[in-house]
Design a protein around this ligand. Structure first.
Ligand code: ADP
Ligand code: MG
Length: 317
C-alpha cells in the first residue's frame, strides 16, 4: 500500500530539533517562528528539478543534502544565522527507500547547522524539490553584493572547481560513486555558514559562487558598480583537482565550476591583512584580486593582461 501524504510527512519530515524559537512546527496550517528582536528575517528559496539540477541516478541522500545546502549557502552569503527551513516535495511515487535516504541527507546537514524543518508541502508530480531557508541577521551587518569599493581586496574561500570537476566526471562516466573525492565535493559540498558569520562586519560585500567564479564576480561588480582585476596566477587549485587535470583544465574548473558553495567576498584594504594569513572559521581563504573603479572583470597573469574570451574560454561570457 503506498504511503499516504499524512503518513509520509509524519514518518519522514516531522523530526523536531528543540529550537526554542519554533513556537509551532510541522503539523498545523503554518509554522510560528520567533525572530530575535532587532534582527531582519533573511529568506531564500531554491528549486532542484531532476535531470536539470541533479542527475536522474543521484543518490536520494545527496539530493536531500543539496536541496538544503544551496539554500544554506545563500544565507551564509548574507552573513545570516540559519534557523528554519520549509520543504516542498513533488514526488512521482512514495518510494520509501528513496524518502528514507533523502530525509537522512537533509536532516544530517540540518542538524550540523541546528536548523529545523518547520513545514512544507507534498504533492504528486515529477521529482522536484524546493527548499525555503529562513534565518536572521542584524540588518547593518548583512553581507550584500552591492558593498564592494575600489581598492577593496577580493577573496574566495576554499577550493572552487572541485565540484564542477566531480560533476563532469559523473557526466562522462569516468566515476560513479561517492568514494571519489571530487564526486563527494559535488554531491555533499558544505555550505560556508561559519565563514559567512565570521565575515559579518569585516567583508564589504559577499556572494556565494553558484554559476562559476568568473561569471559570479561579474554579478558582484555590477551590483556594486565597480570593476575587478582578477589574478589568474593566484587562483586556488586544490591538490585533488591538480591530480586529475592539467593546469589549463584546472583553471577552467575554478573559473566556471558552480556547485562548491564557496564564498566570493571583498575586504577593505585596511582590514585585509588579517585575511592574508589564509584561513577564517576553519576555512581557507585566498586573495585572488582587487576591486577597481570602472566596470567588468579584467584578468591578468604575472602582471600581463589575459583575454579569457580567446583560447576556448568563450563559455565564461
Ligand atoms: P495544508 O493542507 O494546510 O497545506 P498539508 O497537509 O499540506 O496542510 O500539510 C500538513 C502539515 O505538514 C503542515 O504543517 C505542513 O507544513 C507540513 N508538511 C507538508 N509537507 C511537508 C514536507 N514535505 N516537509 C515538512 N513538512 C511538511
Ligand atoms: Mg499543503
Amino acid at each position: 500500500v503506498p504511503l499516504g501524504e499524512f503518513d509520509l510527512i509524519e514518518r519522514y519530515f516531522s523530526r523536531g530539533s528543540g529550537r526554542r524559537d519554533v513556537l509551532l512546527g510541522v503539523g498545523d496550517d503554518a509554522a510560528l517562528l520567533e525572530v530575535p528582536p532587532g534582527r531582519a528575517l533573511v529568506a531564500a528559496v531554491d528549486t532542484l528539478v531532476e535531470g536539470r539540477h541533479f542527475l536522474p541516478d543521484a543518490p536520494a541522500g545527496s539530493v536531500g543534502h543539496q536541496a538544503l545546502a544551496v539554500n544554506l549557502s545563500d544565507l551564509a552569503a548574507m552573513g545570516a544565522d540559519p534557523a528554519w527551513v520549509l520543504l516542498s516535495l513533488s514526488l512521482p511515487e512514495s518510494d520509501e527507500a528513496w524518502l528514507q535516504s533523502f530525509a537522512s541527507g537533509l536532516y544530517a546537514l540540518a542538524e550540523r547547522h541546528a536548523v529545523e524543518l518547520v513545514g512544507g508541502d507534498t504533492v504528486r508530480g515529477p521529482l522536484v524539490v524546493t527548499v525555503t531557508a529562513l534565518g536572521s541577521v542584524e540588518p547593518a551587518l548583512a553581507l550584500r553584493r552591492d558593498g564592494a569599493r575600489p581598492g577593496d581586496v577580493l577573496f574566495v574561500s576554499g577550493w572552487p572547481g572541485e565540484a564542477g570537476a566531480g560533476l563532469e566526471a559523473l557526466r562522462n562516466g569516468a566515476v560513479r560513486n561517492d568514494d571519489d573525492p571530487l564526486v563527494r565535493r559535488y554531491r555533499y559540498a558544505e555550505p560556508r555558514v561559519e565563514l559567512g558569520r565570521a565575515l559579518r562586519g569585516r567583508a564589504s560585500s559577499a556572494m556565494d559562487v553558484s554559476d562559476g567564479l568568473y561569471g559570479d564576480l561579474q554579478k558582484l561588480c555590477k551590483a556594486s558598480a565597480v570593476g575587478a582585476r582578477l589574478d589568474l596566477g593566484q587562483l586556488p587549485v586544490s591538490a585533488e583537482l591538480a591530480r586529475h587535470h592539467a593546469q589549463a583544465e584546472c583553471e577552467r574548473f575554478v573559473l566556471s565550476g558552480g556547485d562548491d558553495y564557496e564564498l566570493l567576498f571583498t575586504v577593505p584594504v585596511d582590514r585585509a591583512a588579517g585575511f592574508e594569513a589564509g584561513a577564517l572559521a576553519g576555512v581557507p581563504v585566498h586573495r585572488i584580486g582587487v576591486i577597481e573603479a570602472g566596470a567588468g572583470v579584467r584578468c591578468e597573469r604575472d602582471g600581463c593582461a589575459v583575454d579569457l574570451r580567446g583560447g576556448g574560454y568563450d563559455h565564461f561570457a
